[in-house]
Design a binder for this molecule. Sequence first.
Ligand code: SAM
Length: 408
Amino acid sequence: MQTNNHHTSACESFPKPSPEYQKHSDRLKALIQKKIMANGGRISFAEYMNYALYEPGLGYYSAGLKKFGKEGDFITAPEMSPFFSQCLALQCLEIMRKTGQKTLLEVGAGSGIMAIELLLELQKRHYLPDQYLILELSAELRDRQQKAIQTRIPELYERIQWLDQLPEKPFSGIVLANELLDAMPVHIIKLQQDTIYERYVALDDNKQFVWQDDEPENPRIRTIAQQINTIQQPFAHLNDKPNTPYISEINLLAGDWVKSIADRLIEGALLLIDYGYSAQEYYHPQRSMGTLMCHYQHHRHDDPFYLPGLQDITAHIDFSHIAHCAEEAGLKLCGFTTQAHFLMSGGLVELTKDLNPNDIIPFSEAARQIKMLTLPEEMGELFKVILLTKGKALSLSAFTPYNFQNRL
Ligand SMILES: C[S@@+](CC[C@H](N)C(=O)[O-])C[C@H]1O[C@@H](n2cnc3c(N)ncnc32)[C@H](O)[C@@H]1O
């Protein structure tokens, strides 16, 4: 068993929180410290991340912080530009036409902006769904979504229904989620000289959070870590320094979530958008420090113990694992592409064809948004879209001709 101090030097230059926010974070920190002590001195990182993001009233997503947008900590594609949700609307329209399904379920709806823009686009095209369901874990965000929808599209409010959990009864329809899977708590593993460790969260003598590396207790983590080790070992010699540890994440919840949707879905499709890679790229030897990332007031860093409750914590998605879990649960993998290809093939060109370059301000703002959504160094390449179906296989314009599903 190894205990490692962590350093927050990168965070020292960040803007300090207000005394009120500092107190908020201190309360959450005290709660997690108690949980660690009650659990015999350590908890898994997934448990830590769950408290830090979802502890009712205190966690990052459960408390009243701004989170999204310019004044928040990070910006998501639907917050960046309505074009994103409009393209998604066009793909939903294609699915509705092809399958006859007219129920949409959005999971993890953030500020509610994607639902608003998507429904406005479908309304414009006279193809509104019969029902738009939103499943949101955070009571605070649900409240924010309801207010935003009542203000922007009061005439459509009645069509929207909020759920606390997945529908009990099997249903048919389209399931949408943008940046949901990356917000699910992950376990962290460390491979060193053929030894597999799980990284737990413990306390040092000053009750500060520290990493504690020890054998994985959870047999599922052990099995997956062994598989990752098998991928890693042949490349270990490529590391610049011998015996460099290889750190990565395991997201059990994302695969379980896909399976739970598959169990409830009679017929329909899932469109999931998130940042991530195929397993081959995810577990590339060069990515030896993993993909865990934190966002605090638009500063990106890698210290998850910094100001719990005031910053976002996320990890990239292994889409091969998602595809594998989906197929095991009876879904069909019908598409995998980059966000840039998804948008460019899926309607962005048509949506922007009437923009007038002589209208300088709106034109340059639209150009800026399109660049952010599609350029490889912005969101275009890192973000991927996966299409899974239950029942019939589907071919959608957004995945034609650039469908990379055989990379998964
Ligand atoms: C990174 S935010 C993305 C928000 C929004 N989709 C967007 O793109 O702006 C993650 C969202 O997922 C929600 N969430 C996380 N886990 C969830 C779960 N298991 N079920 C439902 N919502 C969840 C969070 O509360 C939050 O609204």
